[in-house]
Every structure is written in structure tokens, then in C-alpha cells.
Design a protein around this ligand. Structure first.
Ligand code: NAD
Length: 468
């Protein structure tokens, strides 16, 4: 772990980008600072009757757009500095993918493996109550989502607790995203971050200029990948990369890692881990007992998707991958970033690459507020319009079109198709914005992503009449 705090790392990356902009120091300070952090400590009655104390934080980084948005993390090492750093990244992330929210983040300092399901439920409900008391949750103020150590189940408890106390039930579903499907969730949210990671990496691999710089062919087909963390983000990223044609040669979890240069089947590795309780001893693969060493395996693309500060000055020079896809937030420290760039690595930064989660959370929030499933109003209409066009072409040309192709072409989008195409478009457009800024400013993609974000937030402040 680097001695420089996570927040300082983020600030160093921010200042590097700010130097490329023409904003005054005051504006740069205003965009950087965290508006507020709320620290909580509350009691927990454990299953054995004893009382424990739980520490938690909610940081709201920027109110230039409302609501603010950011996940809630359950992790043993979480602290105020980390929560503020993550909230700061959220502001920039939302700006990069044009999601009209400010950034926020929550953290609860627990190792969830030490708690039963009912204890986790009590913690989550109490946390929601604490947030409600301070007006730090609500569809128009602050909307949490899953992050490390939390998922749809915790979001359902948050919603249920919020529903019990709110006097605004109409829009209550929009107080949290990443909910289960039956409780206002949206198709595609669970896998959204990992799918976005895949779209981003695929887009970069389609960028001829970028591939030329790396001396690589265009496309995913001949690429080998190592993924660290087989949780929500890592699992889905690995799965879609495999389905997209890449070869997954290494997978790392906290208990160890496995390596097979001929390729690993992601779903089967997860089945093996569930059955045996460990990723190790997967048939045909070599064990790596010290999991962190998997980051140094030979491969084209490395996707750290567990936690921050895993690539530091201690191991950066030994990283063999030339493309780093930051699935996790802050996996590369600022000093390690400099070493990797010096080595000619292309780093797809967290503020861009893992923005798929907040993008689809935005779609979920919109759906909750509009009280209608995407595609419900227009599916039949667009089907019949497309069919009319195709039949007119047949009539006009006298050529009978293939009926299967016609049926495929007129199939209107279901919600999941609309969500996935919205996500694909968002990740693709954001990549090109960042890549263009990088070329214009002759800088790396992270700095470019921060430049794009700073400029967008500055425009928002200007529109509000706050900055001249
Ligand atoms: P998760 O809890 O679902 O999964 C994390 C996985 O990492 C777990 O399987 C855990 O066992 C593993 N892990 C922990 N320490 C490890 C280590 N030292 N080596 C290898 N594996 C290790 O969490 P997640 O939601 O996938 O989040 C992972 C990262 O992605 C975090 O940095 C989070 O902030 C970021 N992120 C998540 C989302 C989201 O939608 N969930 C969105 C954006 C960013």
C-alpha cells in the first residue's frame, strides 16, 4: 500500500489535468473540493445478543447537479479519505458519460464475512435511517447504488426502509439504484459495470491509431487478458471479454490466482470456486498462491477489478500487460501510473472505464421516475413502422427479402436491449471524446478524461451563474 492517501492520489491526477485547462485557480479549487462528509457511528445488536458499533460515512462531493450519486461500499479498511476520494471520482465519472448527477460515495467499515445475513440487514436498514435523518438520501438529493461488498439485496433493504419513513411515496423507488428487478430494478444493471468495461476495452482495441502505437492488431480476437477480482465487475468484465473473442489467461481472487496460457472458461472457474470454496486447483491451470503476482503475468490486457492501490511503485515495473483496464476504482497509484506510462502502457482509467454502472443506474432512476418500462410505449409502433418500410422496399424493387432477416430487423427492442444499446453508445462516445482530448493535448487517457470532466463541470457551474 502506498503511503500517499487515495485522496491525494486522485488530487495529483486532477492537478495534472487541471494544468491543461484555462480555468482560474478558484474554479479549479471549487471543482476539486468535497462539499460535505457525514460520519456516523451506530450500535448493532449481534445475533448472539452482544452489542457492536459500526462506523460509516457518506460523502457528497459536488452539488453542481442533483441528485448526487454513488455506491455504498462494505469493506473492512474503508475510511473517510477513501470515501471522499471515491465520491470525487464519481463527480468526474458522471461528467464523462454525461450522466446529470453530482458525485457521492458511502462506506461502512465492516468485513461482511464476519456478519450473518440478518446482521447485514440490520446494518443496512440502520444506515438508511441515519441517512434519512440528515436528508442524505432521496430521489432528488442523494441516490446510493451497489459497490464493493454490496448488491441488489442491500439496495432492496435500503428501498424498503426508505419507503417506511418517507412522506413522498410516489417517487420513492428512485431513492436507490441497483435494486432487484421485482422492486424497481432495471434489466442489465447487475452486469452493467462489467459490460461497460468490456465495451470500453473493445472500443480501444478497435482504435487503429491506439493499436498502432502498441504495435497490436485491431480487435479483441488475438488478445490475452488477466482479471483480478471475480466479483460483480470482474466476473462480468471477464465473461464479456471471453465472449467477445479475447482469451482469459489469468484470474485472481483473494485466496490465490490461476493461470492457463491456453485460456480459462470464466463461468466454469466460478462454478469450480463455488463447489470447492477456492479458485485454486482448477483443472489444467497453474496455481499462483500469492494472488497479487497474477498482475505480473504475461498478457495483453490487465483488468484490476477488486480494490484500489494494487499497482504501486513496488510492482509497476514488473507489469507485462501493455493495456490496463481499470475495472476497480483507483487500482493504480499516481507514481505507478507514471511508471506504466513511461513503459508505453495504455491505461483506460476508472473514471471512464467503470462508468457503465452509473450510466445504467441513471437509466433505472429515469425509469423509476417515469413509472414506465422502457420500450412499453413504442415497441409495437416501431415494429410496424420498420415492417412497412421493408415491405415497401420489397414492393418497389420486386425483390422478396429473406423473411428471417425481416423478422430480425423489425424486432423492437426489449428493455434489456435498450439498456445495453444505451450503455454501448455511451461507452463508445465517451471513449472517442477522451481519445480526442488525449491526442489534442498530447497526453494520456486518464489526464484527458479528467480534462473532459473538469471542462464539463465548469460549464455546468457557469450555466448555474456561479462562475462568471
Ligand atoms: P464485489 O464485492 O462484487 O467484488 C470484489 C471481488 O474482489 C470479490 O470477489 C473479492 O473477493 C475480490 N477481491 C478482494 N480482494 C482481492 C484481492 N486482493 N485480490 C483479488 N481479488 C480480491 O465488488 P465490485 O462491485 O465488483 O467492485 C469492485 C471494484 O469495482 C471496486 O473498486 C468498486 O468501487 C468498483 N466499481 C464497482 C461498481 C459496481 O457497479 N459494483 C461500479 C463502479 C466501480
Amino acid at each position: 500500500m502506498s503511503h500517499v492517501s487515495f485522496l491525494d492520489q486522485v488530487y495529483r491526477m486532477y492537478e495534472k489535468a487541471a494544468a491543461h485547462t484555462k480555468h482560474t485557480d478558484g474554479i479549479i479549487d471549487q471543482i476539486r473540493i468535497c462539499n460535505s462528509v457525514y460520519a456516523m457511528e451506530f450500535p448493532l445488536k449481534r445475533d448472539d445478543g452482544s452489542i457492536g458499533v459500526v462506523k460509516a460515512w457518506r460523502a457528497e462531493h459536488s452539488h453542481h447537479k442533483l441528485p448526487v450519486k454513488g455506491g455504498i461500499r462494505f469493506a473492512p479498511n474503508v475510511n473517510e479519505d477513501e470515501v471522499v476520494a471515491l465520491a470525487t471520482l464519481m463527480t468526474f465519472k458522471c461528467a464523462i458519460v454525461d450522466v446529470p448527477f453530482g458525485g457521492a460515495k458511502g462506506g461502512v467499515k465492516i468485513d461482511r464475512r464476519d456478519y450473518s445475513q440478518t446482521e447485514i440487514e440490520r446494518i443496512t436498514r440502520r444506515l438508511t435511517f441515519e441517512l434519512m435523518k440528515k436528508n442524505l438520501i432521496g430521489p432528488g438529493v442523494d441516490v446510493p447504488a451497489p459497490d464493493y461488498g454490496t448488491g441488489a439485496k442491500e439496495m432492496a433493504w435500503i428501498l424498503d426502509t426508505y419507503n417506511q419513513f418517507t412522506d413522498q411515496p410516489l417517487d420513492a423507488l428512485a431513492c436507490v439504484t441497483g435494486k432487484p428487478l421485482g422492486q424497481g430494478g432495471i434489466h442489465g444493471r447487475t452486469e452493467a459495470t462489467g459490460r461497460g468495461v468490456f465495451f470500453g476495452i473493445r472500443e480501444a482495441c478497435q482504435d487503429k491509431a491506439a493499436m498502432d502505437e502498441l504495435g497490436w492488431n485491431v480487435g479483441l480476437k488475438d488478445k490475452t487478458v488477466v482479471v483480478q477480482g471475480l466479483g460483480n465487475v470482474g466476473y462480468h468484465a471477464a465473461l464479456y471479454l471471453q465472449e467477445g473473442g479475447a482469451t482469459i489467461v489469468g484470474l485472481a481472487e483473494y485466496e490465490g490466482a490461476i493461470h492457463n496460457p491456453d485460456g480459462l472458461d470464466v463461468k466454469d472457474v466460478v462454478r469450480h470456486r463455488k463447489e470447492t470454496g477456492s479458485i485454486l486447483n482448477y483443472p489444467g491451470a497453474t496455481n499462483i498462491e500469492n494472488s497479487v503476482e497474477a498482475l505480473e503475468l504475461p498478457c495483453h490486457i490487465l483488468v484490476p477489478a477488486a480494490l484500489e492501490a494494487v499497482i504501486t511503485t513496488r510492482n509497476a515495473s514488473r507489469i507485462q500487460a501493455r493495456m490496463i483496464g481499470e475495472g476497480a476504482n483507483g487500482p493504480v497509484t499516481a507514481d505507478a501510473d507514471a511508471i506504466l506510462l513511461e513503459k508505453g502502457c495504455m491505461i483506460l482509467p476508472d473514471v471512464y472505464l467503470n462508468a457503465g454502472g452509473v450510466t445504467v443506474s441513471y437509466f433505472e432512476w429515469l425509469r423509476n421516475l417515469s413509472h414506465v418500462r422502457f420500450g412499453r410505449m413504442n415497441k409495437r409502433f416501431s415494429q410496424s413502422s420498420s415492417e412497412k418500410v421493408l415491405r415497401a422496399i420489397e414492393k418497389g424493387t420486386g425483390v422478396k427479402l429473406d423473411e428471417t432477416l425481416i423478422q430480425e430487423a423489425i424486432a423492437g427492442g426489449d428493455e434489456v436491449d435498450l439498456v445495453n444499446s444505451g450503455l454501448e453508445e455511451t461507452m463508445s462516445a465517451a471513449y472517442h471524446q477522451i481519445a480526442e482530448a488525449a491526442r489534442k493535448e498530447k497526453t494520456d487517457l486518464r489526464t484527458a478524461a479528467f480534462i473532459v470532466a473538469i471542462n464539463k463541470v465548469a460549464v455546468a457551474y457557469k450555466e448555474m451563474g456561479i462562475f462568471p
